[in-house]
Design a protein around this ligand. Structure first.
Ligand SMILES: Cc1cc2nc3c(=O)[nH]c(=O)nc-3n(C[C@H](O)[C@H](O)[C@H](O)COP(=O)(O)O)c2cc1C
Length: 171
């Protein structure tokens, strides 16, 4: 698929069919995630793959906007080592780049995905991190819910010339 077509085609899909994601497809999605850029070339991320229904539902129970996990065939939980990358904003940015690479690879492979946000400001973040069995230095940064789409969404183009500035904010 042409890159821009893939970017526009990727939409957040929250309803999934019962079809499992083949291992080879999951590996391609992960490969895309691993090969995102990383601040200071530290590559501080790990990936926890959740496929058991009970575990997916347990995660959904902990996340206010995590309902799509109940139908997902798989969740890729992106976690990062705060000891390796001490700047937390860079840890988040690494995770975001990786998440987006995976979402695009999923789209290209005919899968659907939705990014489930995980914020350190969630009052129950400790519960989420305990659920994933994370040691203290490993932070939960985002979850990609994956499956095959049970609904269709149109490709979307939000390009807006009014939001483009030249040289500084005022121009
Ligand atoms: C950081 C981040 C957190 C998000 N968290 C959630 C979430 O918890 N649950 C959800 O259903 N969608 C979540 N989304 C998906 C957004 O709602 C979605 O990207 C937005 O509505 C734009 O729609 P689109 O992805 O189809 O273009 C999140 C997206 C981002 C980037």
């Amino acid at each position: 698929m042409e890159t821009l077509d893939c970017i526009l085609k990727r939409r957040s899909i929250r309803r999934f069919t019962d079809e499992l994601i083949p291992q080879a497809v999951l590996e391609r999605i992960l490969k895309a995630g691993f090969n995102a850029p990383s601040a200071h070339r530290l590559h501080p991320l790990d990936y926890i793959i959740v496929t058991e229904k009970e575990r997916l539902n347990g995660l959904a129970d902990l996340l206010t906007y995590g309902r799509p996990l109940r139908e997902a065939q798989c969740a890729i939980c992106v976690v990062g080592d705060h000891d390796k990358q001490e700047h937390f904003d860079f840890l988040c940015q690494d995770a975001a780049a990786s998440m987006q690479n995976m979402a695009l690879m999923a789209t290209d492979a005919g899968c659907a995905s939705v990014w489930i946000g995980v914020s350190q400001s969630y009052p129950n973040i400790v519960d989420v991190e305990n659920y994933l069995g994370l040691p203290k230095n490993i932070k939960s940064l985002g979850i990609l819910a994956l499956g095959y789409p049970a609904v269709d969404k149109e490709a979307n183009d939000r390009y807006d010339i009014h939001k483009i500035h030249h040289e500084s904010w005022s121009k």
